[in-house]
Ligand binder design. Structure first.
Ligand SMILES: O=P(O)(O)OC[C@H]1O[C@H](OP(=O)(O)OP(=O)(O)O)[C@H](O)[C@@H]1O
Ligand SMILES: NC(=O)CC[C@H](N)C(=O)O
Ligand SMILES: [Mg+2]
Length: 508
């Protein structure tokens, strides 16, 4: 997951893009970028590795002029973590196009070969997003045909149809086309989220498109709609939003892990309140525990901050057990799961969470997390609870066991790194060292999300179920992924000399 954002404004958009990115920071902590187009038609780009607050200094903001722009915060899930792969990416032809992408293409390698051989385009990084931009650019060029000078909405929609035809996987895209405005589209399953809205100002109506509704709320934009699977929208420099359903044969199957962990709780995704989903997850898990263990001896329910809080509070109420904040989170440490290496993740859990001994001493505690992925957090937390004097340490995960890789933009590429892969619940319990372990049932998780919008009945649940909605992922694909993107593979890539390919127009 990454955060994408675009604004067509009536006054300079640089500051709003910056503020919007800070609201989407939880989606990507590794790199950030903003691209604006000024009144002279020049594109200004600043991107680099780091948190939003560390990438943009006032000297950069002063140069990010113009009333239109796009932005991105990155959590690498393809290619490398080189600053050259920070986004947005830019190509100068046709017209000048910049793109920011959330998701992963599953056919990136074959596209890369064809782009070079058939479209005569050179890709300069190992990023799948650069491939996506070049496919879009080529499709725009093709749609134009002989009509070289006038790019119309019809051409753009036709080009996006071409992108849908060629690109597989998960993609929520925001792109800027010189002289046109911002276009946005979402793969035909709607795997990654994308939503747009407007804000009326004295100078006229402004539009924003972003990964999550919180980015719109926080800047006073009113929601118009989610971009639908297989749909493209144009936010023009002048005039109203244009929409077009580019693919007729679509399945609405958004990623359920957005509801579990990725998105902020105050976001609405596809009409579903993430907060309410997490509440329902807590209720359903409590019911399961009450069913399977009616005479439980839990004294206190303790969440593992941050994300599990919502589910844990509901759980405690349904179980009729006290809720206590037994772990305090250091607010200056980022999210550990989306950190790039296992060493860093491991160290950060201890730096991030500290136990309040009094809440543990002599008690039977039920620790609740939203999910257990590599087990980095749960293993250390169980130990911390014991060290704090807990009598019994039980553990509950508000999501089912994560057993399979995610290939659509969450960095869980290697099954071997997942604690639940090829293990029974009892074996996982032994690994994390708890006295009992409960997992949510998959159907209960699906119901938790679906009850928020009964029109959405399908979700991408691949990391729990091994059902990949795009239908193009097989064991050979997993094997390639494991060799190229496991933690060990990434470590050996880092050992290579750093790339000297920073394409940003001014980098410091
Ligand atoms: O089993 P693991 O591999 O440890 O991954 C799962 C943990 O990682 C996430 O927390 P994170 O610290 O990233 O973010 P949060 O503060 O939003 O909970 C998630 O909420 C779990 O606590
Ligand atoms: N997590 C994401 O959405 C990442 C986007 C893209 N695949 C990249 O790695 O840069
Ligand atoms: Mg957590």
């Amino acid at each position: 997951m990454c955060g994408v954002l675009g604004i067509v404004g009536k006054s300079p958009v640089g500051p709003s893009l910056y503020d919007g990115l800070t609201v989407l920071q939880h989606r990507g902590q590794d790199a950030a970028g903003i691209l604006t187009c000024d009144e002279n038609g020049f594109v200004n780009l600043r991107k680099d590795n780091g948190l939003v607050k560390d990438v943009f200094f006032s000297r950069h903001m002063q140069r990010l002029n113009g009333n239109v722009g796009i932005a991105h915060c990155r959590y690498p899930t393809a290619g490398s973590s080189s600053p050259a792969e920070a986004q947005p990416f830019y190509v100068n032809s046709p017209f000048g196009i910049a793109l920011a992408h959330n998701g992963n293409l599953t056919n990136a390698e074959s596209l890369r070969r064809r782009i070079f051989r058939d479209d005569l385009r050179h890709i300069n990084t190992s990023s799948d997003s650069e491939i996506l931009l070049n496919v879009l650019a080529h499709e725009i060029y093709k749609a134009l045909g002989d009509d070289t000078y006038t790019l119309t909405n019809r051409h753009i929609f036709q080009a996006v149809e071409g992108v849908f035809h060629r690109c597989r996987g998960g993609y929520a895209v925001v792109a800027y086309i010189m002289g046109v405005g911002i276009i946005a589209f979402r793969d035909k399953f709607g795997i990654r989220p994308l939503i747009y809205g407007y804000r009326d100002t004295e100078a006229g109506r402004e539009y924003m498109v972003a990964s999550e509704s919180v980015a719109l709320d926080s800047q006073g934009f009113k929601i118009i709609a989610d971009v639908k699977p297989g749909e493209a929208i144009i936010l023009p420099l002048e005039g109203d939003v244009q929409t077009h359903q580019c693919v007729k044969d679509v399945t609405y199957a958004p990623c359920i892990f957005e509801q579990v962990y990725l998105a902020r709780p105050d976001s609405m995704i596809d009409g579903i309140s993430v907060y309410r989903t997490r509440m329902r997850m807590g209720e359903k898990l409590a019911k399961k525990i009450a069913r399977e263990w009616p005479d439980h001896d839990i004294d206190v329910v303790i969440p593992i901050p941050d994300t599990s809080r919502t589910a844990a509070l509901e759980m405690s109420q349904l179980l009729g057990v006290r809720y206590r904040e037994g772990f305090i989170k250091n607010r200056y440490i980022g999210r550990t799961f989306i950190m790039p290496g296992q060493e860093q993740r491991k160290k950060s859990v201890r730096q991030k969470l500290n136990a309040i001994e009094l809440e543990f001493r002599g008690k039977n505690v039920m620790l609740v997390d939203d999910s257990i992925v590599r087990g980095t957090t749960s293993k250390q937390i169980v130990q911390m609870a014991r060290e704090a004097g807990a009598n019994k340490v039980y553990f509950a995960s508000a999501a089912p066991p994560v057993r399979y890789p995610n290939v659509y933009g969450i960095d869980m590429p290697a099954a071997s790194e997942l604690i639940a892969n090829n293990r029974t619940v009892e074996q996982i319990q032994e690994q994390i060292g708890s006295d009992k372990l409960f997992y949510q049932d998959l159907q209960d998780l699906i119901d938790s999300a679906s009850e928020g919008n009964p029109q959405i009945t399908e979700f991408d649940t691949s990391c729990f179920s091994k059902r990949y909605v795009t239908g193009d992922v097989d064991d050979e694909y997993f094997a390639r992924l494991e060799t190229s993107r496991s933690d060990d593979a990434k470590k050996s890539k880092e050992a290579e000399p750093s790339e000297l390919r920073d394409v940003s127009q001014f980098s410091s």
